[in-house]
Design a protein around this ligand. Structure first.
Ligand SMILES: [Cu+2]
Length: 329
């Protein structure tokens, strides 16, 4: 790798710092130099407990009294995600991400509780990141991700209505549509401090085989990170996510039975705070290994009528980066 020499007053961007990668909940955060590769594993665990109508907390009885036969009370989502990154040409980094999702939703009815479960390989996402050329101690890149409709939108499970009932929107595994996510990421570094800013929008293209598409999604996040020792950094992050309602409807779902089956009760607007730790092993046989975690707590959420609120989620995992010899990087 050729290291270009900047002006003496301005530090070069350092990619060998724990905080040269964003908090782990941020995807498509960093680019690579020609010939560099990364393999990573992410585990996400999200807890949703209790209901809200708009911004107000609501009990399951209050939701049942709106006329539903069932209401969700609790949901756990787990995601295992494998990702590979590679920079095949100068200023261009490719990423492929494959998640496996496990979802469990508890419900209340007038005659007792029940739980549905669904799991499977979720949508494969392939992204490109183009690095622009700003100042030496800053990086800016354009992001474009394409999500493939390989994840299932036909998950079923046993409910009081039968043994093999079509599950509602939030517990399906894939989107069923090609989804396009353009975005912009800006990163800055000082000697002990770093910061970042990212905006992404997910557009759902067309309609899936069930006759609907998930709502478009808007995400913005900004963070600051600080490191005093060279292998460890801590970060504080602010995250905004807005999701629109489902367009169209799955004809097998009856929106009068349970709110999760209503396409108009899927959108939300959520502000969260993230607390992250990044580590980076700089020497020895594990050189290039990172172990990262990001714990996110929503502090303000406005849900499109009865929905489960998001209480907290955690993203932890490993990244291993290296250099391919054959590209002469
Ligand atoms: Cu990477």
């Amino acid at each position: 790798m050729i290291i270009t020499v900047g002006s003496a007053a301005q530090a070069q961007w350092a990619s060998n710092r724990p905080d040269s990668h964003a908090p782990y909940g941020v995807m498509m955060d960093h680019t690579h130099e020609l010939g560099e590769f990364v393999f990573s594993y992410r585990y996400m665990y999200m807890q949703m407990n209790g209901l809200r109508i708009g911004t107000e907390k609501a009990t399951s009885n209050e939701v049942l009294n709106l006329g539903y036969s069932a209401t969700p009370t609790d949901m756990q989502t787990q995601m295992h995600m494998l990702a590979a990154m590679f920079a095949p040409i100068e200023n261009f980094t490719l990423v492929a991400m494959l998640p496996f999702a496990v979802k469990s939703m508890d419900h209340a009815t007038r005659s007792g509780p029940f739980t549905t479960e669904s799991s499977g390989v979720a949508d494969l996402e392939v992204a490109g990141m183009w690095k622009l050329e700003p100042a030496d101690d800053q990086l800016v890149h354009l992001d474009l991700a394409l999500s493939f409709p390989n994840g299932s939108t036909e998950k079923t499970d046993g409910t009081p209505m039968g043994d093999d009932v079509c599950l509602p929107y939030p517990v399906q595994i894939g989107s069923g549509t090609f989804d396009l996510t353009p975005g912009l990421t800006c990163l800055g570094q000082a000697s002990k401090f770093s910061w970042g800013l990212q905006g992404l929008t997910t557009f759902r293209l067309g309609e899936n085989d069930q006759g609907y598409r998930f709502g478009h999604r808007y995400m913005a996040t900004t963070w600051g990170a600080y490191h005093t020792i060279d292998w460890l950094s801590g970060s504080l992050r602010l995250d905004w996510t807005k999701k629109e309602n489902v367009e169209g409807a799955d004809s097998e779902l009856d929106p009068d039975v349970v709110p999760t089956a209503d396409p108009d009760l899927q959108g939300f607007n959520r502000w969260s705070a993230g607390f992250g730790i990044n580590t980076y092993i700089r020497e020895g046989s594990f050189r290039g290994l990172r172990i990262n975690g990001d714990f996110v707590i929503p502090f303000d959420q406005d849900l499109n009528d009865p929905q489960l609120e998001t209480d907290r989620y955690l993203i932890v995992g490993l990244q291993y980066s290296g250099q391919t010899g054959w590209l002469g990087g």
